[in-house]
Design a protein around this ligand. Structure first.
Ligand SMILES: N[C@@H](CCC(=O)N[C@@H](CS)C(=O)NCC(=O)O)C(=O)O
Length: 258
């Protein structure tokens, strides 16, 4: 008899051996395991921001541990021992590592309840899934040309046509979500309530602000709402305190924010 495919080749190979180094994560004051999210520099790490926002949105208790990017420990790999992909963010929960910002969000939606992340309406949810996936895998011109930097801004930045094409596509997506579903709950987020799509696009909002990218009034108002969200304000306050040397994303014309 031919064994089913899933048991044909002996033991299941470990997809991420580095995820199991015996670290079971921090133990909270009451003795139970608390989740821990490992992030990079708050000023620069847009992926970390997404994972951390997802953790905040879950309302579950968690600890945040910052690993200084490009520090000697980071460059030697010592700081990455418990990062299966060698990248931040990583969520540790009960001895399991969940890496990649979108996977962290999906995991936390399963754990904390989908209502905290996704709209209920099937059509709204389909659009939210598609927008989040497109954000996660696309917009490389905007991501590469306008790195997140909360401490600085570039008033005279000249975006390339490729960057502006990304911005136009993002604006069209926001317009559609806001027009079709954003009013449903009387709250001002992409799908009514603050959720996964707002989290996934939050770093884009900071980039539009940092590089003074031209967008329409509706998009600009949305950007300002996201930047004023209490979770974003908390992250930004911490980011502005950072003084780690980091020169990887030097963009000409950047000025320190006052
Ligand atoms: N797709 C990943 C990307 C994560 C990523 O690229 N993180 C960067 C920092 S923002 C990183 O850790 N890079 C490794 C390095 O700089 O050595 C995610 O969504 O989490």
């Amino acid at each position: 008899m031919i064994a089913p495919l899933w048991q044909a080749e002996g033991p299941t190979p470990s997809l991420a051996p580095a995820a199991r180094l015996g670290d079971v994560g921090p133990i909270s004051e009451n003795g139970s395991f608390a989740m821990k999210i490992i992030i990079g520099n708050r000023n620069y790490s847009s992926w970390s921001l997404r994972g951390w926002l997802a953790a905040k949105q879950s309302l579950l208790p968690f600890e945040t541990e910052l690993r200084v990017m490009d520090s000697p420990e980071w460059l030697s790999g010592e700081a990455k021992k418990d990062m299966p992909s060698g990248k931040v963010p990583v969520l540790w929960d009960h001895g399991e590592a969940i890496w990649d910002s979108f996977a962290i969000l999906l995991y936390l939606a399963d754990k904390a309840g989908h209502d905290r992340f996704w709209p209920r309406d099937p059509q709204a949810r389909a659009l939210a899934y598609a927008m989040c996936a497109e954000m996660h895998s696309g917009f490389t011109a905007l991501r590469g040309g306008c790195p997140m930097d909360l401490q600085h801004h570039a008033p005279s930045f000249a975006p390339t046509p490729e960057i502006m094409a990304d911005v136009a596509r993002i604006e069209a997506l926001w317009d559609e979500a806001l027009a079709r579903f954003g009013e449903d709950t009387g709250e001002p987020w992409l799908f009514g309530r603050f959720g996964a799509a707002d989290i996934m696009f939050a770093p884009v909002c900071t980039r539009i602000d940092t590089y003074h990218l031209p967008v329409g009034d509706k998009a600009q108002a949305y950007v300002q709402r996201v930047l004023a969200h209490p979770f974003m304000a908390e992250w930004r306050a911490e980011a502005l305190q950072e003084s780690f040397p980091f020169t990887r994303y030097a963009i000409p014309g950047m000025e320190k924010r006052r």
